[in-house]
Design a protein around this ligand. Structure first.
Ligand code: ZN
Length: 489
């Protein structure tokens, strides 16, 4: 089957047929996390969106190099050029080295992404590992006249750049509006214009993470790492750059400006952005304090959650909306996602049990074409899922004796469902182990109630032994007001 994958390009504001620069190779860059806290639902969405794209591009025959960075330096607390580095702030509060924070939260991020069954990127570079490449880019931009030095820092000259290029081509923002809307922040007096952004910042005496440079002992600006690492691993112009819509401005707009200022041409052919997750209509995010971490979803330990939801339920919930639509979180929506996913998995398990007929009474072959058409239409995963529900319905009808399927068609459905549900949507069949999980939950309840009794009888030796033995197994017991809770380390 001939595939005409169409994707929505934020840069041109329309759907375009995807044509890589050097087929069959595809270069794809996605902005990764700043590792100073646990991943939440807002991190899961871009990871899953671009995992689907990665899987699909490979499936239809492309050789994909997928680069997703880790931001471990240079991202300041207010996302602009003032305030403390996010990672350094966390390190100060926890009284550890910044790189301990980076290691701890990178590991947890990777564990969460594995739980969500996202494939590993081909390369996962860190900002701190590419200081030299970033300094080289600052030098080029300075040489080309689109940046200026002030008190040991280097700033991008947006006004100058906008005379030769177009600052705002991605986000649609106009420089005149920026002049009116940008707040003057303390410590930014050295900039020519408040909307100029830092390429290199001189470190103040309290700053721990800094490197020597021709301008000062300092550190790179946040936008620079993606420009430098994208160029290093994918070239001066590459196919796809993705990320959440919240990164469109100023982050991605500034990436385009930096690349043009350094190399003289645009860095990316297709820009793709996933929409936000909302909670009662508000963006879910750390700054709004309405975020729920993935671990909290998996354990159910959060005041907004009625109960725990498994990683595959979260993944299915995200894929039930188109990546360019907002997705509103609620317990009802998650419960509906779980029911829907179970319906598909039940049908999958029913498939080998079906009694084949000589001939089929329904056409199931057309679902393959329909599902490919949906994927080709800007990764329309909700449509793929809708088709899979129809197939599940047919499987149930065959099981009830209301429809008939030939052996060939049953075999076709096995490979069709495997391709779309497991290989492309990336769902994992957790039904098989689901019964075991219930047994474990029940066992833990029993053990914790024995420990509770021991405590009530002041039998501290038994209570402590249970806790210590569980710790050895990697099970952590936490005593809370509502009783003991357990989790895996
Ligand atoms: Zn980025």
């Amino acid at each position: 089957m001939e595939h005409k994958l169409q994707i929505y390009n934020t840069l041109t504001r329309k759907k375009e047929v995807f044509q890589p620069i050097k087929p069959p190779h595809v270069g794809m860059y996605v902005c990764g996390p700043t590792v100073y806290g646990d991943a939440h639902l807002g991190h899961a969405r871009p990871a899953i969106t671009f995992d689907i794209l990665f899987r699909y591009l490979k499936h239809i025959g492309f050789k994909v190099r997928y680069v997703r960075n880790i931001t471990d330096v240079g991202h300041l607390v207010n996302d602009a050029d003032s305030g403390e580095d996010k990672i350094q702030k966390k390190a100060r509060l926890e009284e550890v080295e910044p790189m301990e924070i980076v290691k701890y939260y990178s590991d947890r991020y990777h564990a969460n992404m594995d739980q969500l069954n996202t494939l590993h990127p081909s390369i996962e570079p860190t900002a701190s590992g590419h200081i030299i490449e970033q300094m080289e880019m600052v030098k080029q931009i300075l040489q080309n006249g689109y940046a200026y030095e002030a008190e040991g820092s280097v700033y991008f000259d947006v006004e100058k750049y906008n005379k030769d290029y177009h600052y705002g081509k991605l986000s649609g923002r106009k420089i005149e509006e920026l002049i009116e809307n940008t707040r003057e922040l303390a410590g930014q007096e050295e900039k020519k214009n408040s909307f100029d952004f830092a390429l290199w910042k001189k470190a103040d005496p309290t700053h721990i993470m800094h490197w020597p440079s021709p301008w000062s002992e300092g550190y790179p600006g946040w936008h620079l790492e993606c420009s430098a690492m994208g160029k290093k691993y994918l070239g001066e112009t590459f196919d796809i750059h993705g990320g959440g819509m919240d990164l469109l401005f100023p982050h991605h707009e500034s990436e385009i400006a930096q690349a043009n200022a350094a190399n003289g041409h645009d860095p990316v052919k297709y820009w793709m952005h996933n929409n936000m997750i909302t909670v009662n209509g508000q963006k879910m995010g750390k700054s709004l304090n309405n975020f729920i971490t993935l671990d909290e979803f998996f354990s159910g330990n959060h005041k907004s959650l009625n109960r725990a939801y498994g990683p595959m339920v979260i993944r299915f919930f995200i894929l039930q909306a188109h990546y360019r639509s907002t997705l509103d979180f609620s317990n009802d929506a998650l419960e509906a996602a779980e029911k829907g996913l179970n319906r598909l998995l039940d049908a999958w398990h029913l498939l080998p049990e079906l009694h084949p007929s000589a001939e089929s009474s329904v056409d199931v072959r057309n679902y393959e074409t329909k599902c490919y058409e949906a994927m080709d239409d800007d990764l329309n995963t909700p449509m793929v899922i809708a088709h899979l529900f129809e197939v599940a319905k047919i499987i149930n009808q065959v099981n009830d004796g209301k429809e008939k399927l030939s052996e060939k068609d049953i075999d076709f459905l096995k490979s069709f469902i495997h391709t779309f549900l497991f290989d492309l949507l990336g769902m994992r069949d957790e039904k098989a182990s689901g019964d075991n999980n219930q047994v474990i939950d029940y066992l833990m309840e029993t053990i914790l109630s024995i420990r509770q009794n021991a405590k009530q009888n002041k039998d501290w030796a038994t209570a402590d032994k249970i806790r210590d033995d569980l710790t050895k197994l990697g099970i952590v017991i936490k005593d809370t007001k509502e009783g003991a809770k357990w989790s895996l380390k």
